[in-house]
Design a protein around this ligand. Sequence first.
Ligand code: BGC
Length: 284
Amino acid sequence: MNSSQAAPAESSAPPVAVHKVLTGQKALVTGANSGIGKAVAIGLGQAGADVVVNYVADDAAADAVVEEIRKSGARAYAYKADVSSEDQVAAMFARMMREFGTIDILVSNAGLQRDSALHEMTLAQWNTVLNINLTGQFLCARQAVQEFLRRGVVPSVSSAAGKIICMSSVHQEIPWGGHVNYASSKGGIKLLMESMAQELAPKRIRVNAIAPGAIRTPINTSAWQTKAAYDALMTLVPYGRIGEPEDIARAAVWLASDHSDYVVGTTLFVDGGMTLYPGFSTGG
Ligand code: BGC
């Protein structure tokens, strides 16, 4: 391992998608200018979907994701909107209907952390995390489902009337002291996703979630940037490496495609075994 770099350098990964399993489909990825959302948006584009790249800050980063998607031959544009704003979400979907005509895939990925010990956590820290991570998923899902119900199944496009992928976290299962706002938002996503899945499956709408573990993104640089931090992180990851955004993108392409057509209301953990309670391999 390079001593100046804690996490092993990213390998030059093959494309996320090699088959155009999403040809003709229209996707919206929220929080798609960086990290997991960026990799998912590019992966869906490689799989043949046209993609709306939602973001809330950093126009240049969002434009770069759009350029990358266009290289694979798909259509894409960037759209700035705060997913916790009802009006901005409505406007984002109205534009998508004008540009792409419909939506087939929603990846509700936008999320953030505002970490604090409980006794010092401000209401603003609590509300910001709940509003973006949880209410944002509700607002985007409601808009997408209205269109899925209006349009119904188009067999030449997909077996389902629509697919929603909720980006959750291992912290929908693992309690996380110092992060109660974040863990509460992810626990909320679990039952939001499962309740939507139960309600909407009869309409042929598939709702599922991905629960990433520790992925190398800007949200958690403090967990992997130094060697000490990376070594400590690895005690929590039985598989012995940090996750890459592309690990999540591959799961998202599969969950969005008809290859997972009978997968309904499931959370796919992509976490290197983090949820296996690794401390118990030697204790308990
Ligand atoms: C958090 C990261 C954290 C990971 C594993 C994610 O949901 O956003 O900060 O490293 O969970 O604990």
